[in-house]
Design a protein around this ligand. Structure first.
Ligand code: E4P
Length: 175
């Protein structure tokens, strides 16, 4: 297991701003709107793409997760932040999109590890699990984390990719 006191959180001057999709079902809409506004003003965010729900729409969480995850898979955004009542359904649905790694995380270590260890592009929150203040703090930490492709974690993320692609993990060559 990896500990993270050594987390490489770089200064804002060296981090490229991210293109972020945000989405929610009706249970997470209030958080989505507030977090979207927060992201919109954040110096580490280049753009915010709101995939719903909107006042005039009623999509269920799998539909919103699909829309956001598709943007991630097609690289029209770097990351997505999704909110439903628990965060769980959003993560399950987003993970069905090939190449997408989505996690539900409500604590600092898990949020940071989701990027640094798992290279997850999608983070989900439960509006019924954490308050908005904590959600903003966690989003702040999430934005400041970047996956290091040279880290030992990359080999394991590649195994996840192999598993998805072939149905099996492919052990790395013995060096
Ligand atoms: O994981 C699902 C979410 O929590 C969603 O907001 C609630 O889903 P439900 O309406 O199926 O309970």
């Amino acid at each position: 297991m990896t500990a993270f006191p050594r987390i490489p959180v770089a200064g804002p001057d060296v981090l490229p701003p991210l293109h972020v999709a945000i989405g929610a079902d009706r249970a997470g809409q209030e958080y989505k709107d507030a977090l979207g506004e927060y992201l919109h003003q954040h110096h580490l965010v280049a753009s915010v793409l709101d995939v719903g729900v909107h006042l005039w729409t009623e999509e269920a969480y799998p539909q919103i997760a699909e829309a956001a995850a598709r943007h991630v898979a097609e690289a029209t955004v770097d990351r997505a932040l999704l909110i439903c009542h628990t965060g769980l359904g959003m993560a399950i649905a987003a993970n069905k999109m090939s190449g997408v790694r989505a996690v539900t995380a409500h604590d600092s270590l898990s949020v940071r590890a989701s990027v640094l260890s798992n290279n997850a592009q999608v983070l989900t929150f439960g509006a019924g699990i954490i308050g908005l203040t904590l959600a903003k703090q966690l989003a702040e930490e999430w934005l400041a984390c970047r996956f290091d492709p040279a880290a030992s974690a990359a080999r394991k993320v590649l195994m996840i990719h192999d598993l998805e692609r072939t149905g099996r993990t492919i052990p790395p060559p013995v060096s």
